[in-house]
Write a protein that binds this ligand. Structure first.
Ligand code: SAM
Length: 248
């Protein structure tokens, strides 16, 4: 559709609360599928998990596979993960299927059988890092970084549970990497954002979303990119993701 007419015919709570400003901007974006967008906001995303290939378990064998991630599965229902020792032992990670798309992006863009130096710059709590760690060979290295100290602690715990020996957890500002010029083969930047992609899962984000937040996040993302860009080797791969729909 070309423009937003201001009318939503939706009975669902989250849909009714979606910021009008966001919707009107989305409607101007090329390829925006209004019907699919509305439909996606009518229910919670399916629960999905990714198995740890180094800690084989057979509890989820009969579940539906996620086509873009070798060890990803949709679950028919959400079990109580807190009471499952296999969860605490790092046998699987609970992660949205869309986040697992990183595996497809990596396989498409780089030969993962090479030994690679990878930086996951915005890594806590560790969803993407545990995925990347499972894809790299034993001669590769993953630097999993988180700038916020208490989030870095959670990241470290999750990486330890996952159990990959070639992962280094760091707690640095992107700027601190500037001495590592032309160093990394792959940069993964899962940038901090305004969170509009999380509205259906975390309705609390709805109250926080506003223009100022979008502009702030946009400036922060540009700064992160400017700070880290030089660390990428020539012909290296930068994978940039965010769970926000805003264009700027
Ligand atoms: N990649 C993570 C995962 O898959 O579990 C999620 C990352 S989350 C979308 C973005 C992360 O960026 C947060 O952990 C946040 O603390 C961090 N962050 C916030 N401000 C930042 C900044 N200025 N530079 C780098 N990272 C920042």
């Amino acid at each position: 559709m070309d423009s937003f007419d201001g009318n939503f015919n939706c009975e669902f709570e989250t849909m009714n609360q979606l910021p009008e400003k966001l919707l009107s901007e989305l409607c101007l974006q090329k390829g925006f599928d209004e019907a699919a967008f509305f439909q996606a906001h009518q229910h919670l995303p399916n629960t999905s998990i990714r198995l740890n290939p180094k800690k084989k378990i057979f509890s989820f064998e009969s579940e539906e596979k996620i086509s873009w991630c070798e060890n990803g599965f949709y679950l028919k229902e959400r079990p109580s993960f807190t009471y499952d020792p296999l969860f605490h032992a790092g046998c699987y990670y609970v992660q949205e299927a869309s986040s697992m798309f990183l595996e497809f992006a990596l396989r498409q863009s780089i030969d993962l059988s090479q030994s690679l130096k990878v930086l996951d710059l915005c890594a806590a709590p560790g969803g993407k890092s545990t995925l990347v760690a499972s894809l790299l060979n034993e001669n590769s290295m993953l630097v999993s970084n988180e700038v916020i100290k208490n989030r870095a602690t959670i990241l470290k715990e999750n990486i330890s549970k996952w159990g990959s020996e070639n992962v280094l957890v760091t707690n640095n500002d992107p700027k601190h990497f500037e001495r590592l010029e032309n160093y990394f083969d792959v940069l993964v930047i899962d940038a901090p954002c305004s969170g509009s992609g999380l509205f259906r899962k975390e309705p609390a984000y709805l109250n926080e979303w506003n223009d100022n937040l979008v502009n702030l996040c946009s400036q922060r993302q540009q700064r992160i990119l400017a700070d880290i860009w030089k660390c990428l080797k020539p012909n290296g791969v930068l994978i940039y993701s965010t769970c926000s729909f805003s264009e700027s």
